[in-house]
Design a binder for this molecule. Structure first.
Ligand SMILES: CC(C)(COP(=O)(O)OP(=O)(O)OC[C@H]1O[C@@H](n2cnc3c(N)ncnc32)[C@H](O)[C@@H]1OP(=O)(O)O)[C@@H](O)C(=O)NCCC(=O)NCCS
Length: 193
């Protein structure tokens, strides 16, 4: 394993919500979410909606991505650890700068049930505590009210809108940057309060 490999967190569970590694059998529900909600792929910035086969390949690539310290994807589930209810991710890591980016989505049936906040906070707390990161970022589009509300509810502060930042599905889009900085960094000289 590389020095900055990403482990699979163990025992992450809170308020009936748990995170676990992605399993091949999640591929069906994972891909179905993109068919049920045609906006999902657009919201997460995917080039195209994934097929079940593409999801299977993606799940098979997880150990390598973790070993290289590049990407950690976890299934959101309940206390039984069985259903696939959504996906939380840690990506775009810079180990040198001790920062990374958090992503999240739930399958349509799991939304509006107050699952997202505990699910994402489990990953955020683990990333700060176990990986010793100092800064976590979330990016979304200005019109994504649920994603912005969730990030703010988790203590992320909006730092601004990056104009025409991405080219997604042939459209230039603005991107909102939110960040949460570890408590110990707030006292460092040169950082905004
Ligand atoms: C973003 C997402 C995970 C949120 O899931 P959710 O089930 O709505 O989340 P929750 O029910 O746990 O709500 C989280 C908070 O956001 C608030 N919220 C949800 N929808 C909102 C809306 N449209 N406007 C304002 N606040 C909203 C909730 O009130 C809640 O706050 P509270 O716990 O203080 O009441 C879900 O909407 C989703 O999967 N969206 C599609 C994928 C996506 O856009 N991902 C983000 C890409 S950057």
């Amino acid at each position: 394993m590389a020095a900055n490999s990403l482990p699979v967190p163990d025992g992450l569970e809170r308020d009936g919500v748990a995170l676990r590694r992605l399993r091949a059998r999640d591929a069906h529900a994972f891909a179905a979410a993109f068919r049920q909600d045609p906006q999902l792929g657009v919201n997460i910035g995917a080039d195209e909606d994934p097929t079940e086969t593409a999801v299977r390949r993606f799940i098979a690539r997880q150990p390598g991505l973790r070993a290289r310290g590049e990407f950690l994807g976890l299934a959101v589930t309940d206390e039984t650890k069985r259903p696939f209810l959504g996906h939380v991710m840690l990506h775009t890591l810079s180990w040198r700068h001790k920062r990374g980016e958090i992503g999240y989505w739930l399958i349509p049936e799991a939304r509006g049930r107050h699952l997202a906040k505990p699910a994402v906070s489990l990953l955020v707390d683990w990333a700060f505590e176990t990986l010793d990161l100092d800064r976590l970022e979330i990016t979304t589009t200005p019109d994504n009210a649920p994603a912005r509300a969730l990030a703010q509810a988790l203590g992320f502060r909006e730092e601004g809108v990056m104009i025409a930042r991405n080219l997604e599905r042939g459209r230039r889009i603005d991107v909102v940057l939110l960040a949460r900085v570890r408590d110990r960094c707030h006292n460092l000289p040169g950082l905004a309060p």
